[in-house]
Ligand binder design. Structure first.
Ligand SMILES: *Cc1c(COP(=O)(O)O)cnc(C)c1O
Length: 501
């Protein structure tokens, strides 16, 4: 057993099994991803090789079980404060239908962002009242789809043209729409938060005065902020509460405020490893030590006049507080409350006293612990400058978000189960993928393979269910998309997700 610190600075221990699973690959310096027990069990199961043979490389493995634990953690914080919480899973973070089924079975809602997501979610038997449409672009057909269900699906209306379209379509269909007003441009401290989304809270709030004449029911207010700042959410909630009170005065009967997603998580239990990675990268960029990234890539940082400039262009793989604790901090934030003059209340109090249903729409954080991506090693070669390159049968859109890199250490499962830990076979190099570009690196990080790496070995990217698998996956060069196997915990077997049928 070995000890590491987790995000709450509690010591956790790695089992012998987990250490064995990790021993064939680590980054320089290491970034040791958290692994769930099912991941370790699956990585020790030789069937992994048969599945990749049968379903091709790369292959996504999804286990929805953690979803319900994640939801339960949020519910506990809300329950402790008497807040009526309704969680919606943001489907765009992962397309597997097994996750929709899991969400339905635990009674949470679904946040949909496209016509296909709406159709599929309804086809899985999710109640329209448990859905919201937050698509960034909504055409007539999508609005009609939302209006056609009974009750209509709540549409998060983003702008005046969209509002007019909803009016037009509901008149054409003879049905009253249910809407939530999406707000944006909140003030936080002395800053106005920039966004492309929502009615601007400074310029556009006269929209509130127009709503009463329109053939629609104003069910709630909605926002979704970029980034992971809890205090910005508190500022947005403060403005929403004021708008809520205004809607009430105007005779509307809203029921919810929806605070969107962006609940932060840590892929990496150790804050020390994270800090060491960035300090080592800085020193490498300043040529004070060996490069730890391909071509000394800065992952958002660069050197200007001998100084490091820029900001890391990556998800904060380690952060604190995360998820339910982050949510609790928002609920406990002090809030001035017009209804209780002079009294100090918390945001939770202000929500509870108004009888508001608090909604949220996490994506990434709800599928934390739900997936991994497996790819087969096809070659090893040396580049023109002598770096070892390890070619995998996958491309970089199959494990990538909008930021520069997947930063935690992948795992190597040797084809030969008894491959000895032989120092003389040790290699260092970079993972490269199938798109025909010089920049096609699957990870920018320099990786060490203490027992070597060979054709037919498998490389596994851990905890990829949130965005990494599907958000950017593309079919350039006409490669087929990766298939998705879902673990059925009832009989511990993996089967193809219905999204691939
Ligand atoms: C993407 C998105 C979410 C989910 O965000 P996460 O960061 O995955 O929690 C929720 N709501 C809206 C409107 C979104 O666009």
């Amino acid at each position: 057993m070995t000890s590491v610190l987790n995000e709450r600075n509690e010591t956790t221990t790695l089992s012998i099994e987990e250490m064995q699973v990790r021993q064939h690959l680590h980054g320089l310096p290491p970034l040791t991803a958290r692994l769930e027990p099912w991941m370790i069990a699956t990585l020790r199961d030789r069937s992994l090789f048969n599945w990749v043979d049968q379903f091709s490389s790369p292959l996504n493995l999804v286990n929805p079980d953690a979803l319900s634990e994640n939801v339960a953690a949020l519910r506990r914080q809300a329950d402790d404060r008497g807040v009526n919480l309704r969680v919606f899973f943001a489907r765009k973070s992962n397309k597997c239908l097994a996750l929709v089924d899991a969400a339905r079975s635990i009674g949470i809602g679904i946040d949909t962002a496209s016509h296909a997501e709406i159709d599929q979610t309804l086809a899985r038997g999710v109640e329209p009242s448990g859905m919201i449409c937050t698509a960034a672009i909504k055409d007539d057909a999508m609005i009609d789809r939302c209006l056609a269900t009974e009750p209509p699906i709540v549409i998060a209306v983003d702008n005046f043209d969209e509002l007019d379209l909803v009016v037009q379509r509901s008149q054409a269909c003879g049905k009253k729409a249910k809407i939530a007003l999406r707000l944006g441009g909140f003030h936080h401290g002395d800053q106005k938060l920039p966004t492309r989304f929502g009615f601007d809270v400074d310029r556009d709030l006269h929209v509130l005065d127009r709503l009463a004449e329109l053939p629609m029911e104003v069910c709630g207010l909605h926002f979704h902020l970029d980034g992971y700042d809890a205090k910005q959410r508190v500022s947005a909630m403060r403005t929403c509460l004021k708008c809520w009170d205004r809607l009430q005065q105007l005779g509307h009967h809203p029921t919810f405020i929806d605070m969107g997603g962006g609940f932060p998580i840590s892929y990496l239990p150790s804050g020390d490893e994270w800090a060491t990675f960035w300090s080592t990268l800085r020193s490498a960029l300043l040529n004070q030590s060996e490069p730890i990234t391909y071509d000394n890539h800065g992952i958002g940082l660069s050197v200007h006049d001998g100084q490091i400039i820029g900001r890391p262009n990556s998800y904060p793989y380690h952060q604190s507080p995360v998820f339910d604790q982050w949510f609790a901090d928002i609920l406990d934030a002090p809030m001035e409350d017009v209804t209780m003059e002079g009294e100090d209340v918390t945001l939770a109090d202000a929500i509870r006293r108004r009888g508001i249903e608090l909604r949220c729409e996490p994506g990434r954080s709800l599928v934390d612990g739900c997936g991994m991506t497996v790819a087969r090693v096809e070659f090893r070669k040396q580049s023109a400058n002598g770096d070892w390159l390890i070619g995998l049968a996958m491309n970089r859109t199959q494990c990538r978000t909008t930021s520069d890199d997947f930063l935690v250490d992948p795992i190597l499962v040797p084809q030969d189960a008894d491959r000895p830990m032989d120092d003389s076979a040790s290699m260092e190099g970079y993972l490269v993928g199938a798109y025909c570009m010089e920049s096609e690196l699957l990870s920018l990080r320099r990786l060490r393979f203490p027992s070597g790496v060979q054709r037919g070995d498998l490389v596994i990217f851990p905890n990829t269910a949130g965005y990494f698998m599907h958000f950017l996956e593309s079919r350039s060069h006409q490669f087929p998309l990766a298939q998705n196997l879902v673990l059925d915990s009832a009989d511990s077997t993996f089967r193809l997700d219905d999204i691939d049928r």
